[in-house]
Design a binder for this molecule. Structure first.
Ligand SMILES: Nc1ncnc2c1ncn2[C@@H]1O[C@H](COP(=O)(O)OP(=O)(O)OP(=O)(O)O)[C@@H](O)[C@H]1O
Ligand SMILES: [Mg+2]
Length: 478
């Protein structure tokens, strides 16, 4: 039996209330509290819907039209890969990213690629003038006027005018750049408010579904890395993409956070140039730094969906000057660095109590795979012992709280990739069934790793260290 309950929830911060109120006391937004119906079936599964959106029509599965997913290939292979084979007609994609990361560039390139295939595209810019958008388009393709005759630009912040343009031109794709700067006359709230953003997003979803057009919405990011505005936005749309990377570096990664029509494991890699974003051809080794003589670097094979990327980990330890020792990670979660440092302290006999530890994954990408644990630990140990390993070393493996090195999936693919790229000393976790490959070095614990470093490492002479090298350890890259 299905049990239902009614309650009120703020669509911005998700705070719940027993009665309706115009103002959400938790986030301070007006008109965001909606009545919701919470139902729980006999298996205990909970679902929640806004009461006004509940449909009364119940259809037998056979009565519903068979799915025939039509995709619009974008022609940008890295983007198609992340989307799962192209944009699905009638779907809404939200793309977020830091200021200046290249959101408008990607959207303009996408519009141009679709328009070149003789599809009509409307690019609605609410942040720039039509002239500025044309300037970008010409920079990306000097032949844009001829090649993209079906590309229309509308510089307006009023969604009603954009809807009118869609009515007139009947495009296959609509780009909104950005949702935070859009407003609808029927909502008496300022631009950028939760109600405006939510209402505009809702209208765009209706537009996409009704007309079967692809709508791509650009959204700003908060400093916590979430799309600015109501959290509901991410629930409402079909696909959420995050454009990331270091603004000062040319590499950009496109990651799917949510995808109703494909996997969220794939990552698209681009290089930002004066002519726009280019697909990275040699994805596997793009993140590797140039070889540097003498001091080598250890590389870690990381899986991203179906692809194996080689990333480079660096670490630095330095004597703590004031109070508590710091742990700072770039490119992965800082709490993981704290945990790994504690494991090394407990199980590898190294002391970090008066040492600040910094670790960095080169290239600006966020790596979440635990397979990098072993390389991170190796980098920290080398930094602490003032040692460096030869350039030929690569490694992967997860490290548990007990200091043991655990196996991770896709061993074959990882080993294949590092061997292919010329790494000859490859350290992998030992497993029950394996251990006989003479070309691999097996480690079972962080203790084994320390032994390997002491046996194969090169001590870094003091003139290679930083000026306060007596107190700190620096090993270049590991
Ligand atoms: N002439 C150029 N040569 C090389 N790179 C350029 C050039 N012009 C712009 N860029 C790159 O494009 C980036 C800006 O791209 P874009 O305007 O698409 O970013 P955005 O994410 O839309 O920014 P905003 O958040 O301000 O809307 C710059 O940070 C720079 O990296
Ligand atoms: Mg922009």
């Amino acid at each position: 039996m299905v049990q239902t309950k009614r309650m009120y929830r703020c669509q911005s911060c998700e705070e719940t209330y027993v009665s309706w109120s115009g103002l959400c006391s938790a986030c301070g937004e007006w008109d965001t509290i909606k009545e919701c119906v919470v139902s729980r079936n006999k298996f205990g599964t909970r679902s929640e819907r806004v009461a006004s959106e509940l449909s009364t029509e119940v259809l037998q599965i056979a009565e519903i039209q068979s799915p025939n997913v039509k995709r619009l290939e974008t022609g940008i292979s890295e983007l198609d890969n992340v989307l799962g084979g192209g944009l699905v007609k009638g779907s809404v994609v939200l793309i977020g990213g830091d200021p200046g990361i290249g959101k408008s560039t990607l959207m303009m390139q996408l519009s141009m690629a679709i328009a070149e295939e003789e599809h009509c595209v409307i690019y609605a810019t609410s942040e720039e003038s039509a002239y500025q958008s044309k300037m970008r388009a010409v920079r990306l393709n000097s032949d844009v006027e001829k090649a993209c005759s079906k590309l229309y630009i509308i510089a307006d912040t009023n969604l009603d005018n954009i809807e009118q343009a869609v009515e007139t031109h009947e495009p296959s794709m609509l780009i909104i750049d950005s949702i935070q700067m859009l407003h609808q006359s029927s909502v008496e709230k300022p631009i950028g408010s939760t109600s405006q953003i939510q209402q505009c997003c809702m209208s765009l979803i209706h537009l996409a579904r009704e007309r079967g057009i692809c709508v791509c919405i650009v959204g700003h990011m908060t400093k916590e890395g979430l799309v600015a505005g109501p959290r509901m936005l991410e629930h409402m749309v079909d696909v959420v993409l995050s454009f990331e990377g270091d603004r000062h570096d040319a590499l950009r990664g496109l990651r799917s956070i949510k995808n109703r029509f494909g996997t969220t494991l794939e990552i698209g890699l681009f290089e930002m140039t004066a002519k726009g974003l280019h697909n990275v051809d040699d994805v596997a080794s793009f993140l590797l730094q140039e070889e540097h003589e003498g001091l080598g670097s250890i590389v870690c094979p990381v899986m991203h969906g179906s692809r194996c990327l080689l990333v480079e980990v660096q670490a630095l330890t330095a004597g703590t000057l004031f109070g508590q020792a710091r742990r700072r990670a770039t490119g992965f979660d800082s709490s993981r660095l704290t945990r790994l440092t504690a494991v090394l302290e407990q199980h590898a006999g190294l002391e970090f109590v008066d040492q600040d530890v910094y670790a960095n994954i080169v290239g600006g990408l966020q790596i979440r795979e635990p397979a990098t644990d072993l390389a991170i630990c190796c980098a920290i140990i080398c930094a602490r012992l003032n040692m460096s390993l030869p350039r030929s070393v690569a490694m992967y493996g997860e490290i548990g709280l007990d200091g043991r090195v655990r196996n991770v999936p896709h061993r074959e693919q990882r080993v294949k990739q590092i061997v292919k790229r010329g790494f000859s000393q490859n350290i992998v976790p030992i497993t029950r069934n394996e251990g006989g490959d003479k070309n691999l070095t097996y480690v079972a614990s962080v203790g084994d790793l320390v032994t390997f470093i002491q046996k194969n490492g090169i001590s870094i002479p003091s003139n290679n260290r930083l000026s306060d090298g007596e107190k700190s350890g620096f090993n270049g890259s590991v």
